[in-house]
Every structure is written in structure tokens, then in C-alpha cells.
Ligand binder design. Structure first.
Ligand code: PA5
Length: 436
């Protein structure tokens, strides 16, 4: 059963109720620009109708590749950074069991190339020694330092273990169709290649091979993920009044105008940790421009009530909270009755732990709203591939609308270049002398 709902009732103590309706025209205009591909960054709107364009043939090719690789290796190192890894990790971690099951052995998925820690790399290389591993190297530009330098180490190890031909069979490259160092390298070495479409930016690429190949390698149902995204693609193209994604964008815009400059994405299920990381990149890199934009933050509850709860309840009042709530958990452990009741917990004996989690959610929402933190709530039926597909497209569309409401181009990231210029200058990269 599919269930996806948006509740913005708890923003009304902070903004007049009629103001959401007043956003209809402006938001519909943003929707029109997105659909007609006429707004800022219109050459990066390939994601808009992407889910519906993914064919059975595309899915089969992805599954065949995953199957072939699964016969060659049992550990895969996903090598990429930012939009070239967060979407895959978000989905894989949300859909995988917390602890590996004894009877069902899924391939092991490891992430690399998302920082420059030599300690991490050295320990990863020694962990991979003697292991039957494969590599998926992902970079749209094909020149990003973190994954490129990491891949150099991984490729060396793999070639040492299985020879150059064996390594080439165990490596997949996902990059631009024509340009970049990774494209050249992959062509020369004969790696199987998948293309990141020109008109889809990194943080919007989870439903391209960038996300779908690693997700398929992890043995997860890519077709259900795409089906969920297709459902939301349809719903999120409706006019404002019937469009939850547009209403979410309008609600957060109104809150921003009221001085709520930080949005905290909260979950009550730690399997969504990397979903929040993906969401933070999506909104942060898209909106943070021209000295504007909501700062995207995230918390895991109830864990962070014991660390950040005090600030959220009582600190600077520039926050609002968006909760992703999962209606039905996978498991239903019931709290046991203990005759001695020494821990005084018999008052909740017989209840499912999820019932306690849900009461914690409700109690926290009431407390935060009372404390001055507006609350938006998104509820999904369960954390499965279909609902994750819905959530992904829901946020992608909302982010694009939000960017247009703010009057910025949500699809570029000029600010990311500043650190690179300095780093290359300091490293002595040819062409960057004196560029600080
Ligand atoms: O969203 C984006 O465009 C960025 O986060 C990129 O995905 C990230 O910088 C990695 O770039 P690339 O895929 O070119 O290696």
C-alpha cells in the first residue's frame, strides 16, 4: 500500500493561515517554468521527466550489469563524492538491514572517494587486501580530486590482485558521455561505462545510473524505486492546490520570510541518516546563493534530543523542523512484562517499541511548536523502495520550486569552486599558480 502525506498545520501558529493560499500564483509560475524548462538553469532540468523516461530496457541493463558484477565480486567500493555518491548511499542504507542476516548474504557495499583522509584510505586498502572486490567510480566532471585520487589507489590494488584484465572486468565507470579524465581512462582501459546525462546535475542524479547501479549492486529493487518516483512525478506536476511538493516549497519559503533561516530535517529511524545527508546537499547546494537560502540541517531522534534538544527547544528562534515519519516499521518488538519491575517500565509493557517512538514524536512536536519551532510533517507508509522513490522526487521538485521562489538558479554551484582554486594553487597544480 502506498501512503504519502504532507501536514503543514503546525506552521500556522507562526504565519497567517491565508498566506499559503496567497503563494498559489507564484508557486504555479515556478512550476510552469520548470515544466516548460524556461527558468534559470534550464539546461539542467533533465531530472524533471526522468523517472517516466526510464525504460524496462534501462532497468534490465542495470540489473544485468549488477548480476554480472555479482558473479565476479562480493564487495563493491562506490567511489564518488557529493551528488555522485550521496543518493546511492541514502537509498542503500535506508533499505538495508541494520545488521547483516546470518542466512542471506548481500554484497558488501563500501564508500570511498568522498574525502581526502589518508587514514581511511590506508585502512580501506588493507581491509580490501585478499578480498574479491569491484569498483564503481562515479564522477560527472571526471576530474574531481577526491574520487580520482582514491580510484588511483583502488585500481592499483585491484590490478595487483587480479591482473589488469581482471581489474577492468571488475570496474564500472559512470561519467560524462564525452569529456573528462575518467571518460578517457575508462575508454583506454575498456571499463563498462554508464553515462550521466548532460542535463542532470550531480545532486539530481540518483535516478540515473549514478544511483541505480550501486543500488542494484546492493541487491535492492531499483524498479520499485523508479516506480515510486514515477508516481510522485505525476503528483508533483499538478497545480499548487493538489501538489504536496509545491505546498512544502511554499510553506518553507513563507517560514524563511518570517526569519526561520534553518530547516532541520528530523527522522525517528536511523536508517534515514544518509537520506538526510542527501537532502542537505540537495537543498544546500541548490539554494545557498546570492547570500540567500535556508540552511539545511538534520537530526536523528530521539537520539539528538539528548544533545541538541535543548537548543531546538529554547535557543535562537530561527529554526523550523521537517519530520519524516514512517508509519509502519519493518519489525514490531513488544516490550516484555517483568514481574519485579525494578526498572519501572511495566507501564508500557505489552506495547510495541514503535508505539513509544510515535508518542515521542508527537510529544516532541508539541513541545517544539510550543517553544517556537514551526513543524512540517511528511508521513510515508513504510521505508521501502517505492516510498523512497516518492520522497526523492518530492524533494527534488520542491527544491527546484524553492530556488525559483527565492529568485536564484538552483542548478549551478559556483561557490564550490572557491576551495578547489585555493587547494589546486597550494598543491601546485599546473595552471593554478598565483590563483588565490
Ligand atoms: O551536485 C553536484 O553537482 C556536486 O555535488 C557534484 O556531484 C560533486 O561535486 C561531484 O562532482 P563530480 O560528479 O563531477 O565528481
Amino acid at each position: 500500500m502506498s501512503h504519502f502525506s504532507l501536514d503543514i498545520e503546525n506552521i500556522y501558529p507562526f504565519i497567517p493561515q491565508q498566506s499559503i493560499g496567497e503563494m498559489a500564483d507564484k508557486t504555479n509560475k515556478a512550476l510552469e517554468q520548470i515544466h516548460a524548462k524556461t527558468g534559470p538553469g534550464d539546461d539542467f532540468l533533465g531530472w524533471v521527466d526522468l523517472p517516466g523516461q526510464i525504460s524496462d530496457k534501462d532497468i534490465s541493463q542495470i540489473l544485468e550489469t549488477a548480476n554480472r558484477m555479482g558473479n565476479l565480486a562480493d564487495t563493491f567500493v562506490i567511489t564518488g563524492i557529493g551528488g555522485s555518491y550521496l543518493g546511492a548511499r541514502a537509498v542503500i542504507e535506508a533499505l538495508s538491514p541494520y545488521f547483516p542476516s546470518r542466512d542471506h548474504k548481500s554484497p558488501e557495499i563500501i564508500y570511498a572517494g568522498h574525502h581526502l583522509s589518508g587514514d581511511y584510505l590506508a585502512e580501506l586498502l588493507s581491509y580490501l587486501e585478499g578480498k574479491n572486490f569491484g569498483i564503481v567510480v562515479i564522477s560527472k566532471s571526471g576530474t574531481t580530486t577526491e574520487p580520482a585520487v582514491t580510484f588511483r589507489f583502488l585500481k592499483n590494488l585491484l590490478e595487483k590482485q587480479v591482473g589488469a584484465d581482471g581489474a577492468a572486468r571488475r570496474i564500472i565507470a559512470i561519467t560524462d558521455a564525452h569529456k573528462g579524465a575518467l571518460r578517457t581512462l575508462a575508454g583506454r582501459e575498456g571499463y563498462q561505462c554508464f553515462v550521466i546525462p548532460d542535463n542532470v546535475g550531480g545532486r539530481y542524479s540518483v535516478l540515473t545510473p549514478v544511483g541505480l547501479i550501486p543500488i542494484a549492486l546492493a541487491g535492492l529493487p531499483v524498479e520499485e524505486l523508479v516506480a515510486g518516483a514515477c508516481e510522485m512525478e505525476e503528483e508533483a506536476s499538478l497545480p499548487f492546490n493538489q501538489n504536496a511538493s509545491a505546498r512544502y516549497a511554499a510553506a518553507r519559503y513563507l517560514l524563511y520570510r518570517e526569519g526561520k533561516k534553518v530547516e532541520i530535517l528530523a527522522n525517528y529511524e536511523p536508517r534515514l541518516h544518509f537520506f538526510s545527508e542527501w537532502w542537505k546537499q540537495l537543498f544546500g547546494e541548490s539554494e545557498g546563493k546570492d547570500h540567500k537560502g535556508i540552511f539545511p540541517a538534520s537530526i536523528e531522534l530521539t537520539t539528538d534530543l539528548h544533545s541538541l534538544g535543548q537548543y531546538i527547544q529554547d535557543g535562537e528562534r530561527h529554526l523550523f523542523e521537517t519530520v519524516i515519519s514512517i508509519k509502519n516499521p519493518v519489525h514490531h518488538p513488544v516490550i516484555p512484562e517483568v514481574p519485579e519491575n525494578l526498572d519501572n517500565l511495566n507501564y508500557i509493557a505489552g506495547k510495541e517499541l514503535d508505539f513509544v517512538n510515535k508518542q515521542a514524536e508527537l510529544g516532541t512536536r508539541m513541545a517544539h511548536v510550543d517553544g517556537g519551532v514551526p513543524n512540517i510533517r511528511i508521513e510515508i507508509d513504510r521505508a521501502d523502495a517505492q516510498h523512497l522513490g516518492q520522497l526523492i522526487y518530492f524533494f527534488e521538485k520542491a527544491c527546484a520550486i524553492s530556488g525559483y521562489l527565492l529568485g536564484i538558479n538552483p542548478f549551478n554551484q559556483p561557490g564550490v569552486e572557491a576551495y578547489k582554486r585555493n587547494m589546486f594553487m597550494l598543491l601546485g597544480k599546473p595552471g593554478y599558480e598565483g590563483k588565490k
